[in-house]
Design a protein around this ligand. Structure first.
Ligand SMILES: NC(=O)c1ccc[n+]([C@@H]2O[C@H](COP(=O)([O-])OP(=O)(O)OC[C@H]3O[C@@H](n4cnc5c(N)ncnc54)[C@H](O)[C@@H]3O)[C@@H](O)[C@H]2O)c1
Length: 405
């Protein structure tokens, strides 16, 4: 049965989510439990009964089996950008909304890329480790200004396009390739293939998304196609790059340096061991997936995603949901029904005829569809009888019915 209006939501937040998220949810009357680390599938199955809102970052995986064991779950907040760690289709099929923070850490990633491009172009890690080892080794050979060098950006979305602007401000020339049509910022030049970017760029940086087709996007052939002495960065997804091939091209000297922030298999918890083919290489910066991890970004993500969970729990808004039709609502008056259903003809008519038969007056209504799902939010002037809810619940097309006030 759907939850009764006003029944308090409970939230479980994992993976050290920013305390601002607790404030935002707490002020909305949500009771919040927090745990510092990620949970495994089996741990999640144990933890989720009774939890309506789940907050995770990139390490916790929400699989179909987890969703099957979490009948109370209404929404998942991914307090990060990516949502690949969640089975989005399985969540949608069970009426579980998924929200993320698509823009909150864009600037943080861009600033780390800029820092690494300069550090690698000036061989800072080489000088730094020589001095730490007690060896004075001063030379200009192989060190360059970034001004006038060409930055090749593969993936010109939120991060790639902002990087383009900041890199041009430093005097870099920018070329990019994106599979989608993208507006070139400033003087950046769009090229028609990744190969064209590799042929001209002094620095190649990947900012593609996590679609399955990007697995192994960058391997031996692509590294070989880069200019001798070029620098490579990946702060997008670990599975996109063949690290064995990257190692070979660094060891051979074909590439002058690399920075890698993301790995195909990342340790689950702080303190866990880390291994990689890239360990121990000169002029190679390895960071533990911290591109978006600044206090500013975490605070913004905490505020943004908690706000999405709060608005969905309180008044049914699916604005910027990644897996459900988007209905943007503010607080309603009286009782509100959120009805998520199969997107087939006649559902709205059936909902409204049930309400009419019971003498329920509709004061406002909004419907959106997306793929196989429809979502209709209906404000009604009066309290709703159990018989009305039972009839709406019993409709074969109903995926989930929520009663909000
Ligand atoms: N290292 C970190 O801490 C960190 C932080 C934030 C984001 N990220 C990752 O950075 C990546 C980019 O984030 P965003 O917000 O800019 O994403 P976005 O969705 O705005 O942009 C991705 C762009 O890549 C393009 N693209 C996808 N596949 C491509 C391909 N094969 N060739 C060329 N273009 C391709 C898309 O069309 C899109 O324009 C994502 O993978 C995200 O998960 C990492």
């Amino acid at each position: 049965m759907p939850g009764s209006p006003g029944s308090p939501a409970s939230a479980l937040l994992l993976e050290n989510i920013h305390p601002l998220a607790v404030d935002v949810l707490g002020r909305a009357g949500v009771s919040v439990q927090q745990r510092p680390g990620a949970l495994s599938e089996a741990e999640l199955v144990q933890a989720l009964p009774g939890v309506k809102l789940l907050g995770i970052r990139s390490t916790t995986h929400v699989t179909e089996a987890v969703l099957d064991a979490a009948p109370d779950l209404e929404a998942i907040g991914a307090f990060c950008i990516g949502t690949n760690q969640i089975d989005l289709e399985a969540a949608a099929a069970r009426g579980v909304a998924v929200f993320n923070a698509p823009f909150s850490n864009t600037r943080s990633v861009v600033e780390l890329v800029i820092a690494e491009v300069i550090a690698l172009t000036r061989q800072l890690t080489v000088f730094d480790s020589a001095l730490h080892a007690g060896v004075w080794q001063k030379s200009a050979a192989g060190s360059h200004e970034v001004r006038g060098r060409t930055l090749g950006i593969v993936g010109y979305g939120n991060i790639g396009s902002q990087l383009s602007v900041v890199a041009e401000a430093l005097g870099m020339r920018v070329v990019f390739y994106d599979t989608a049509e993208k507006l070139a910022m400033g003087n950046a030049v769009r090229l028609s293939s990744m190969e064209e970017v590799l042929a001209v760029a002094d620095v190649v940086t990947l900012h593609v998304d996590g679609r399955a087709g990007n697995g192994g996007l960058f391997g031996a052939e692509q590294f070989a196609a880069m200019k001798p002495g070029a620098i490579f960065l990946n702060l997008s997804r670990g599975f996109v790059v063949d690290h064995g091939a990257l190692r070979d091209h660094l060891v051979s000297g074909h590439l002058a340096g690399a920075a890698v922030d993301v790995f195909a298999n990342e340790p689950r918890r702080n303190g866990d061991p880390f291994d990689s083919r890239l360990r121990g290489l000169p002029n190679t910066i390895l960071t533990p997936h911290v591109g978006g991890s600044t206090e500013e970004a975490q605070e913004d993500i905490g505020r943004f995603v908690a706000g999405k969970l709060r608005d969905y729990a309180a008044h049914g808004s699916t604005s910027l949901a990644v897996n459900l039709p988007q209905v943007i609502t503010d607080a309603g008056h009286g009782t509100r029904l959120g009805h998520l259903h199969q997107n087939v003809p006649g559902v709205l008519a059936t909902v409204n005829s049930v309400l009419a038969r019971h003498g329920v007056n509709i004061v406002g209504q909004s419907l959106t569809t997306r793929g196989q799902l429809g979502y209709v939010v209906t404000d009604i002037g009066s309290a709703v009888e159990a018989a009305v809810l039972a009839e709406l619940e019993a409709m074969p097309e109903t995926v989930r019915l929520r009663v909000l006030s």
